[in-house]
Write a protein that binds this ligand. Structure first.
Ligand code: GDP
Ligand code: IMO
Ligand code: MG
Length: 426
């Protein structure tokens, strides 16, 4: 069985898109299983930069089947826009190359209104969501009031559910959030058109994947966000509203819990996060600015500047454990050129205690002071390196120390955004 899950190790934006694109070369099927268009996955192939929000990052490899699993929340307008843009460029010409789960839940306009209004009301305490309606859509799913793709395709069911929901959401929006209500007919008409456009792609993707895995097809599962944004294991409440750990693939794609063979963690050679919440190794001064500028650390979805700081081995070890990582691809090593020394966080101190794991309390984590180990930097640019020996000695030493602290073998190193700027380790 050849099944691999790719997950983000930190707070997202680790470079999952780049590695899914690379690993898709040796896969037949690429599957998204959680999150929605809060994700922004960047692929640089030749001179072209592609940012994907919903369609799996295997799409630029010809002939691969892309699957949007039941665990994803789908904004149909965003999906149609992405699909149309890719088709214009010659991708997904065959309708059979994209499959959308009939069980996936929809993001509706009221989810976005609620997301944005709640953030506004939270003021300084805002989570810093992407404003895409992700949280409210998952809330409805869990509350059993969500509308699924299968419902969208059924005119009668869709009308009934939308009417009921609009009535309830408009009441909530007006009375509680002090926002204007939304018009049923406008949303209904737009979504009827979306239904017609998406119908050819909708299927029982869990059944499809079951059959394909049984037939020996190679399947790659593409995680979105990162382990520290996981709704259970992340820095709650400063998290997203889905499980982002590798285990989520079973429920989010509808495959057996034992079906996954490899779990690849994508991990930056330093740390970033977008939005609010604790970040023990964050650098507020020159180092943070330097990392943001050199690493081009601006959100692929919202364009917001990403907060930047040193590598946090406590967090990476936690991710290795929670995901059962079998390997790590280390990204953006090239960004560290010219920084000296390089700091690695090996533990935290807070409330008189020493932590070698990430504590659950946000209050404790906010107070956490990192214990650093310093290593010497290097000055050579790295983007030409294609094997470990091409790296300067201090870069090799830095990578070796990160690997040791991460409890996981490093399998690949990325030294630039392009496909070919990659070192595959023996
Ligand atoms: P994802 O959400 O995990 O797919 O990551 P994003 O695409 O949001 O952010 C990663 C950014 O880093 C993108 O702009 C990538 O093109 C870029 N990138 C990926 N790997 C490398 C690398 O090794 N070096 C540099 N300099 N940029 C990289
Ligand atoms: P990819 O897949 C980085 C963050 C938001 C916010 C929190 C909740 O590109 O790595 P949400 O809109 O999900 O309710 O926002 O999660 N967030 C991400 N940060 N990369 C992402 O995706 C993210 N998706 C959500 O910034 O802090
Ligand atoms: Mg991203």
């Amino acid at each position: 069985m050849s099944t691999t899950v790719v997950v983000g190790v930190q707070w997202g934006d680790e470079g999952k898109g780049k590695f899914v694109d690379i690993l898709a070369h040796d896969a037949d099927i690429v599957v998204r299983f959680q999150g929605g268009n809060n994700a922004g996955h960047t692929l640089v192939v030749g001179d072209e930069r592609t940012v994907l929000h919903l369609i799996p990052s295997g799409v630029l490899n010809p002939g691969k089947i892309c699957v949007i699993g039941n665990g994803v929340v789908v904004d149909p307008a965003v999906l149609i826009e992405e699909l149309t843009a890719l088709r214009k460029r010659g991708y997904l010409a065959d309708d059979a190359c994209l499959k959308i789960s009939d069980e996936a839940h929809l993001i509706l306009p009221y989810h976005k209104s609620i997301d944005l209004a709640r953030e506004r009301l939270r003021g300084k305490g805002e989570i810093g969501t992407t404003g895409r309606g992700i949280g409210p859509a998952y809330e409805d799913k869990i509350a059993r009031t969500g509308i699924r793709i299968v419902d969208l395709l059924d005119e009668v069911v869709f009308k009934e559910k939308l009417e009921r929901n609009i009535e309830e959401k408009n009441h909530y929006l007006k009375a509680i959030l002090r926002e204007p209500g939304l018009d049923f007919a406008t949303i209904y008409d737009a979504f009827r058109a979306h239904a017609d456009r998406l119908r050819p792609y909708v299927t029982d993707t869990a059944l499809y994947l079951h059959r394909e895995i049984k037939a020996g097809r190679r399947v790659l599962f593409e995680g979105a966000q990162g382990t520290m944004l996981d709704v259970d294991h992340g820095t709650y409440p400063y998290v997203t509203s889905s499980n982002c750990v590798a285990g989520a693939v079973a429920a989010g794609a509808g495959i057996g819990a034992g079906a996954v063979r490899q779990v690849v963690g994508i991990c930056k050679a330093y740390t970033t996060r977008v939005g609010n919440g604790p970040f023990p190794t964050e650098e507020h001064g020159d180092i943070g600015v330097r990392l943001r500028e050199t690493g081009d650390e601006f959100g692929a979805t919202t364009g917001r500047p990403r907060r930047c700081g040193w590598f946090d081995a406590v967090l990476v070890r936690q991710a290795a454990r929670l995901n059962g990582l079998t390997g790590i691809a280390l990204t953006k090593l090239d960004v560290l050129t010219g920084l000296d020394p390089l700091r690695i966080c090996t533990a935290y101190r807070a409330d008189g205690e020493r932590y070698e794991h990430v504590p659950a309390s946000v209050r404790v984590l906010d107070a956490a002071v990192p214990e650093y180990e310093d290593l010497p930097g290097w000055t050579e640019p790295l983007s030409h390196a294609r094997k470990l020996e091409d790296l300067p000695a201090n870069a090799r030493r830095y990578v070796a120390r990160l690997e040791e602290l991460s409890d996981t073998p490093f399998t690949m190193i990325s030294v630039g955004a392009r496909r070919e700027e990659t070192i595959v380790l023996p």
